[in-house]
Design a protein around this ligand. Structure first.
Ligand code: AHR
Length: 505
């Protein structure tokens, strides 16, 4: 039996809602088909945005959406995507499948989508192949509320009012697809480009995100922080408000991207290997965070893990450039473990964006024509939504043991606990394929006064997944395996499960 001791008198940090953020790129069927079907589609839509998808994302409380890439961002020229649709330039999406991009989804459509979703906006700008002027004019087009060439152009294109631009990414993966730069070179470019992300909006700060490291490239973090971190007050148009980090979990290989492994057909050994590689996020966040602490001990800027998730082989028979993969209980556990890790590091991690929202990599939804299914990862994001904006409580897990073996050994249970409006939310994973786990949850204050007000779980075989024919194989269900104790509650976590329990006096 494991014990989870919650110190409900010790609040550690606020869990930024944006930790539950998402990423959408002009890649495969993410934007086109997944989110945007066009105003003339037979698929029910509002101004071209799929209604079923928007409704499900709102129910999941999507807090922020990153767009337009990814690698696509450093080849995207925003002026191609404004004005009358029939006149917009067509181009080849060289990164992703060599298909024609008709630019029918551009700036106006992105902000319309975010308006429908009620979420914050994160636009990743082009440094790799774009100019400072292009970037600066995009910010002016989006945010300026006076008389200026770009504001006038926006108005001429039918949008009188400026939009709210919450986050700007100054380049993407500039160590790779965003220009193959060395850290010193990128850092100098960052200093220059960010200067022209002007605060036209005045009333609110645009948060600037500097391109951070790939996985464990600690040298990148050190060099970029050294050159770019000059920050008096947070959000006062300082040099940087965030530094990104990208880390993908590859199930079967560490470096051969041609053999990542199947999304649904894998062995128990690969299952544990995947989970172990997923929780490597803990080490990455800790070590990159320690470097950031050397420059920014007061944690004024955020670590923005703006790409993470499982990356497997594509579904057989689909375009390899579209990165379309299925999603199983293994994905649910990677999501559950990772989100618990982010919550526990919420003093530094201020945003995270799982890759990608729909039809690409570890998605929360998949579509096929008019059909839409929610994945096991959707269930986890929905269950964890109560952590958004809550206060992280100090918690310690004892005697839970481990699963997997050798290099694939990891903790059986990952947890995090938060409190908001008097309700304590406890989220737990059971990474074991074999055994349930009893967890005795105790609270240091008034434990006996608390009882469960809401509880749900997602569980199933390791490769259980939903299909368009059987959409409800894996879904969030009511959880009832709990009982009251003298200072809290006892729960029994089923094998291979993610559980959320909410407690109230
Ligand atoms: O998410 C797919 C790709 O992965 C993104 O375009 C890129 O930033 C990363 O390498």
């Amino acid at each position: 039996m494991a014990k989870l001791v919650i110190n409900n008198e010790s609040r550690k940090s606020t869990i930024a809602p944006e930790i539950y953020g998402h990423f959408s790129e002009h890649l495969g069927r993410c934007i086109y088909e997944g989110l945007y079907v066009g105003e003339n589609s037979d698929i029910p839509n509002v101004n071209g945005m799929r209604k079923d998808v928007v409704d499900a994302l709102k129910e999941m409380k999507i807090p922020v959406l990153r767009w337009p890439g990814g690698c696509f961002a450093d080849e995207y020229h925003w002026m191609d995507g404004i004005g009358p649709k029939e006149k917009r330039k067509k181009m080849i999406n060289t990164h992703w499948g060599g298909v024609i991009e008709d630019n029918s989804f551009g700036t106006h459509e992105f902000f319309e989508l975010c308006k429908q979703l009620g979420c914050k906006t994160y636009v990743n700008m082009n440094v790799g192949s774009g100019t400072v002027r292009e970037m600066s004019e995009w910010v002016e087009y989006i945010t300026f509320n006076g008389v200026s060439p770009m504001a006038d152009l926006r108005k001429a294109n039918g949008h009188e009012e400026p939009w709210q631009l919450d986050y700007v990414g100054v380049g993407n993966e500039n160590w790779g697809c965003g220009g193959n730069m060395r850290p010193q070179y990128y850092a100098d470019l960052y200093r220059r480009y960010q200067t022209y992300v002007r605060g036209y909006a005045g009333a609110y700060p645009i948060q600037k995100i500097c391109c951070g490291a790939n996985s464990n490239d600690y040298d990148w973090t050190r060099k970029v922080m050294e050159t770019c971190f000059e920050h008096s007050e947070p959000h006062q148009h300082g040099f940087m408000d965030g530094l990104s980090l990208h880390y993908y979990t590859l199930p079967e290989t560490e470096d051969d991207w041609n053999y990542k492994g199947s999304a649904t057909d894998f062995t128990e050994e690969v299952f544990y290997q995947t989970l172990k590689r997923g929780v490597y996020m803990e080490e990455l966040v800790t070590r990159h965070g320690a470097i950031m602490d050397q420059f920014d001990p007061d944690k004024k800027i955020g670590m923005m893990v703006d790409e993470w998730g499982i990356w497997t082989d594509v579904e057989p028979g689909t375009n390899p450039g579209f990165l379309y993969q299925q999603n199983t209980m293994r994905d649910a556990l990677v999501a559950g473990n990772t989100l618990n890790i982010f919550n526990k590091h919420s003093d530094r991690v201020k945003m995270a964006n799982i890759a990608q929202l729909i039809n690409v990599l570890q998605s929360v939804m998949l579509t096929e024509g008019a059909k839409m299914i929610k994945t096991p990862t959707y269930a986890v994001f929905h269950m964890y939504a109560a952590h958004q904006g809550a206060e992280l409580l100090s918690s310690e897990l004892l005697e839970a043991g481990t699963v997997g073996s050798g290099k694939n050994e990891l903790a059986k249970v990952y947890e995090s606990v938060s409190e908001k409006d008097g309700v304590i939310t406890v989220t737990l994973t059971n990474n074991s394929l074999e055994s349930a786990e009893d967890v005795e949850i105790s609270l240091t204050k008034d434990g006996s006064a608390y009882s469960v007000c809401e509880a749900s779980a997602v569980t199933g075989k390791m490769n259980a997944h939903n299909t368009f024919e059987t959409p409800d194989v894996v879904k969030e269900e009511a959880f009832t395996a709990y009982s009251k104790t003298s200072d809290g509650i006892k729960v029994t976590l089923p094998a291979c499960s993610v559980v959320s329990v909410r407690l109230k006096k």
